[in-house]
Design a protein around this ligand. Structure first.
Ligand code: GYE
Length: 326
C-alpha cells in the first residue's frame, strides 16, 4: 500500500513537469528517436499462458529499446485501475491493458482518453457503453475457440455425452466467450449436454478442486467429456480424475483452450485429448502497432488478430512438444 502511495506521489511529480501531447497523441520528438514509453497492466500469473504473455511483452520491449512500465495486478481489477491511473499520471505514450474482467472500465478509460493516451487491450475484451474508449484489441477470438472445441467434441466423441465444464474467471471475456461459442455449436446436438459447470478461476489448483467436487456429485458417472476454458484447469482436473481412480483421456475425454507445453505433453501421453490454441506471444504484434503509431504517425488499427490452430494426437509429436516455448 505504502509502495503504491509513493509510486503515485512520484507519478504526480513526473506528471507536473512532463510536456503536453499534440492533438492525436503523437508526441513531438517521437520520430527523432526519443524512447517510446508503454505502461502495461498485466492481470497476474494465474496460468502458464499468462506467464508466457508477460515474457513475450517484456522481452520484446527490451529487444526494441522500448521503456516498459510493468504492473502485476494479482488478479484484482482495482489494482489494474490504479495502475492505469498511474500510467496516465506518468504520461506514457501508450497504455496496454489485459483486463481481468469485461465490465467496470468506463471511468478509467475516459480518463485515459481525456489525457489523449491510446489504450490497447490485449487478450481479453471489455464491454463499454460508448465507442472510442480504447483504440485496439489485440488477441484471439475466444468465441471461435469455444466453437472449435465443440466441433472437436462432435467429430471425435460423437453425439452422446455428458459434459462437465470448468469455466474461467467469472466475468472475464474469455470465460463468457468460450462458453458462448461452445454452447452455440452443441445446442443443435441434443445428446451433448453440459451437466456440470463451475468456475475454476483459470488456475490449476481450483481446476483440481472443482473437478474433485464434480467427481463426487450424483452426476459423476455421466461425465464423459471435460471442457476446460484453459489448460491449467484441465491439468489440475487430470490429477483429480487420476486420484478418483479414473483414466483421464479415456474414461473422461479432456479438451481445453490455450496450447501450453504441459498440455501438449499430456496429449502425447494419452492423458488429455485436445487443446484449442490461443496465442500468448503477442509482444511483437503489440509493438508493431505502437511503433508504427509513434514513429510513423500511422493510425492504430481497431483489431489485430492472432493466428491459432487446434492440437490433438493427430498433430502433436515429441518434436512439436520440444519446440514449444511456453
Ligand atoms: O486462456 C488463460 C489465462 O485471457 C486468453 O487467461 C487469456 C486467458 C488464457 O489465464 O490461461
Amino acid at each position: 500500500m505504502k509502495k503504491l502511495l509513493t509510486l503515485f506521489v512520484v507519478s504526480m511529480m513526473v506528471f507536473a513537469v512532463s510536456c503536453k501531447k499534440q492533438d492525436g497523441g503523437v508526441q513531438e520528438g517521437g520520430a527523432q528517436g526519443a524512447k517510446i514509453r508503454v505502461g502495461f497492466s498485466q492481470i497476474g500469473a494465474e496460468s502458464d499462458w499468462r506467464k508466457a504473455s508477460t515474457v513475450s511483452i517484456q522481452e520484446e520491449a527490451a529487444k526494441r529499446g522500448i521503456e516498459l512500465l510493468f504492473s502485476d495486478a494479482q488478479q484484482k481489477q482495482e489494482n489494474q485501475i490504479k495502475a492505469v491511473r498511474s500510467f496516465i499520471a506518468q504520461d506514457v505514450d501508450v497504455i496496454c491493458l489485459a483486463p481481468v474482467v469485461a465490465t467496470g472500465w468506463e471511468d478509467v478509460l475516459k480518463e485515459a482518453k481525456a489525457a489523449k493516451i491510446p489504450v490497447i487491450l490485449i487478450d481479453r475484451k471489455v464491454t463499454v457503453s460508448e465507442d472510442g474508449l480504447y483504440s485496439c484489441y489485440i488477441g484471439s477470438d475466444c468465441t471461435e475457440e469455444g466453437r472449435k472445441a465443440a466441433r472437436w467434441v462432435i467429430e471425435n466423441v460423437g453425439e452422446n455425452a455428458g459434459i462437465a465444464e470448468l469455466v474461467g474467471t467469472v466475468g472475464s471475456g474469455p470465460a463468457i466467450e468460450r462458453k458462448k461459442g461452445f454452447e452455440e455449436i452443441i445446442k443443435d446436438h441434443p445428446g451433448l449436454k453440459i451437466i456440470k459447470s463451475q468456475s475454476g478461476d483459470f488456475t490449476r489448483s481450483q481446476g483440481k478442486e472443482v473437478m474433485e467436487q464434480f467427481l463426487k456429485s450424483p452426476e459423476k458417472d455421466q461425465i464423459k467429456v471435460l471442457y476446460a476454458h484453459n489448460d491449467d484447469m484441465a491439468l489440475g482436473a487430470i490429477q483429480a480424475i487420476e486420484e478418483a481412480g479414473k483414466v483421464p483421456g479415456k474414461d473422461i475425454i479432456i479438451i481445453s483452450c490455450d496450447g501450453v507445453k504441459e498440455m501438449f505433453k499430456m496429449i502425447l501421453a494419452g492423458k488429455a485429448n485436445c487443446t484449442v490454441e490461443c496465442n500468448p506471444m503477442i509482444g511483437p504484434q503489440l509493438y508493431d502497432v505502437i511503433e508504427s503509431y509513434k514513429k510513423e504517425g500511422q493510425p492504430i488499427p481497431p483489431r489485430v488478430e492472432s493466428i491459432e490452430g487446434v492440437f490433438d494426437s493427430k498433430n502433436i509429436t515429441q518434436e512439436v512438444v520440444d519446440g514449444r516455448r511456453y
